[in-house]
Design a protein around this ligand. Structure first.
Ligand code: PLP
Length: 425
């Protein structure tokens, strides 16, 4: 096995965590030890593990139809999913293109935006504008959007990437720092908006870039500037979507409606790899044949586009969200995380805390992703029966949205304990 983001040295020498079972918020290892999944398995398992209704939906679907490729055929599950997804999406998003994971959902958004403008007689609109400290996935288009800053994840790939207009870094989490980011974007779009194919954002919370939160007003200003420039707003809700921030979509918290929205992870609640890119009718109509009758189809597709099994599970996820009031349940959990963070902020050595919805983050040092505290924190958490994986010097919790409150308290107690141990050592 060649594991992701793990050096061979670490893989060869580290005692691996061998997980053999899971249920709800809990993972069980090969020695029968239990761990709370405090990061919902890389932010995917929003409903915990093996929700009985998802298991039943998957089994029922496999009893009917395993797969049929989506190019020339369609099946009921995926058509109904598209309708149900649009019904809960921000207004105006009326078409859904299905793909495999968060990275491909973003690639699809980029390609839709690019091809759209080429077909609209606006060929100069070729460039994307993205934020600093962004993360949009690991495929090369998504990596281009994140950029290859020195010392970042992707420096080595710089020669392979397309050029992106980049908003400046917010120096810290303060409102004035983000105010400057919004002003720079407004200025850039006013100056050369005609060449911008789309503005790509992780709304309100930049995940892998360090759990950086920013004010709703900044997102509103970015959206307004995007409208003024008549370009497209692409909301990457792969991390923030499906209730994690306290609303179904982070865009809703700012009252912003994007032209394209990317979703994955919580989309199947982590059960299967599947993703979706939602688009407005205006964009979809841009792919109809022109007056010359020339075919303008979106030139993108995957072997597993609209996979029936994924679609059946994704439909059931939406039904569970509805029936179990999953998004409403985020508020009480948010309050408990806030109380825990207040205590953690007082631990000597802790730099900063921040939170949006069910995500609570703590800086244990100033080294960012390259910071040295990460492995110590991971071990301290593991000894306390917690499965957590910090982003360098940033430790965080991001549990399933339906985690039982006593389990959440156990997680937060252990989180505080692991932080105290890490900053002491
Ligand atoms: C905001 C955002 N976009 C895209 C991705 C990529 O998703 P995936 O890992 O499913 O390709 C991630 C993954 O963490 C993400 O956080």
């Amino acid at each position: 096995m060649w594991p992701p983001y793990t050096s061979p040295e670490r893989h060869d020498t580290q005692d691996p965590l061998v997980i053999v079972e899971a249920e709800g918020a809990w993972l069980v290892d090969a020695d029968d030890r239990r761990y709370l999944d405090g990061i919902s398995s890389w932010w995917t398992c929003t409903l915990g593990h093996r929700h009985p209704r998802l298991l039943a939906a998957a089994a029922a679907q496999l009893g009917r139809l395993d797969h049929v490729s989506a190019g020339a055929a369609i099946h009921p599950e995926v058509a109904q999913l598209a309708a149900e997804l649009c019904a809960v999406a921000p207004g105006g998003l009326e078409r859904v293109h299905f793909s495999d994971d968060g990275s491909t959902a973003v690639e699809v958004a980029v390609k839709i935006a690019f091809q759209y403008w080429q077909q609209q007689g606006r060929p100069a609109r070729q460039r994307f504008l993205a934020l600093s400290s962004a993360y949009h996935g690991d495929t090369l288009g998504a990596v281009s959007l994140a950029g290859a800053e020195p010392g970042g994840f992707f420096t080595v790939f710089a020669p392979l990437l397309f050029e992106v207009a980049r908003a400046p870094t917010a120096d810290g989490d303060g409102e004035s720092a983000w105010d400057q980011v919004a002003s720079a974007i407004e200025e850039r779009l006013a100056r050369g908006g005609d060449e911008i194919a789309g503005v790509v954002v992780e709304p309100l919370l930049q995940g892998a870039g360090g759990m950086r939160t920013y004010p709703a007003e900044v997102l509103r200003r970015i959206a307004a500037a995007t409208r003024r420039a008549d370009t497209l707003l692409i909301a990457d809700e792969v991390f923030t979507g499906y209730g994690r921030t306290g609303a179904m979509w982070a865009c809703e918290l700012a009252g912003v409606t994007p032209d394209l929205l990317c979703t994955a992870k919580g989309f199947t609640a982590g059960m299967l790899p599947m993703a979706a890119t939602l688009a407005t009718a205006r964009l979809y109509d841009g792919f109809r044949a022109g007056a010359d009758g020339a075919d303008r189809a979106l030139m993108h597709g995957h072997s597993f586009s609209g996979h029936p099994l994924g679609a059946a599970v994704a439909r059931e996820v939406l039904a569970i969200y509805r029936d179990e009031h999953i998004v409403d349940g985020v508020a009480p959990r948010t309050a408990r995380i806030a109380a825990a963070l207040a205590g953690i902020a007082a631990i000597p050595g802790v730099r900063r805390t921040r939170q949006l919805g069910i995500v609570g983050a703590v800086d244990l040092g100033d080294g960012g992703y390259g910071g040295a505290t990460g492995p110590r924190f991971t071990e301290a958490a593991r000894r306390r029966g917690l499965y957590l994986r910090p982003l360098g010097d940033t430790a965080y919790v991001c549990p399933p949205l339906n985690i039982d409150l006593p389990d959440l308290d156990t997680l937060l107690d252990g989180f505080a304990g692991a932080i105290a141990e890490t900053v002491r050592s």
